[in-house]
Design a binder for this molecule. Sequence first.
Ligand code: FDA
Length: 299
Amino acid sequence: MALLDRAIARVLPAVPKPVVRRLASSYIAGSTLEDAVPVVRRLNDEGKLATVDVLGEEITNAHAAHEIAQAYHRVLARIEGEKLNANISVKLTGFGLELDDALCRDNLAGVVEDARVRGNFVRIDMEDSSTTDATLRLYRELHAGGYTNIGVVLQARLRRTLADASGLENVRLCKGIYLEPEEIAYQDADEIRASFRATLRALLDQGSYVGIATHDEELIADALAQVRERGLSPDRYEFQMLLGVRASRGDELVRDGHRLRIYVPFGTHWYEYSVRRLQENPKIAGYVAVDTVRRLAGR
Ligand code: FDA
């Protein structure tokens, strides 16, 4: 990232919320499920799958965690009712992980069971490193209890990730968005890429189904080489991208016969997700400049 972009990414938390909202609008499907459904349908029409995320972080009480779980039940019902080709992605802090382990487990188990009955699948997103152990533990508990319609996420940034990959059946592999200290995480972009490549290799070697979640051309090329080398059919892996990021590269992957799933977030708690996405946009300085000129011109 260029110096100016990096500087602007750092001060984003100080940018007024309405500006963040406007700049991040392409990353979010809208505030309600009504907004998300047509987005998923359009993606399906383009030959892409979706994973729907109900935005909700910073949960401070059991009621709010329960509300998020209820929102996911509504999403699952709607996916089934509208015959959409989509699954769901959940965050365990949204289900109450930081409040009470049992509350979180109950909310998660309820959603996973609902998904199972409807023939659907639940991906457990991975959050910052304080949640890694608990997330993998809850995933393993449910999996050992017979739920095969769940998967987790591994973050190549973490030094532990290659070891964590062992024995996992269904994994989304990403770089990891949360900045973590050097003792536990690679800091250098090339080291993170090397960890991604090695973990992907280990997962494919053990026969895991992998969601290859990256927009990084170098990693996409490596993944394509790895699946080609193994002669894997396109139903044995999928690429994954975020809504609003490198859509034309996604179109190419679909045209070339690969599965592609798009992460579709919606909800009223859009702020934290939006800031994370904008901080990753390598052209953030240009975005902010254009928005500022538009606002000044509009005065
Ligand atoms: P990188 O950030 O280097 O981006 C590569 C290129 O993509 C950039 O050069 C640019 O062209 C484009 N690009 C990337 N982000 C952009 C943006 N916001 N706006 C415009 N262009 C952009 N992380 C996590 O910790 N836990 C999780 O559960 C998940 N889940 C998840 C699901 C899916 C489907 C994806 C794709 C990603 C995640 N992530 C995640 C996020 C992930 O860890 C990572 O932060 C981002 O994918 C960015 O990393 P890339 O590998 O894309 O590389």
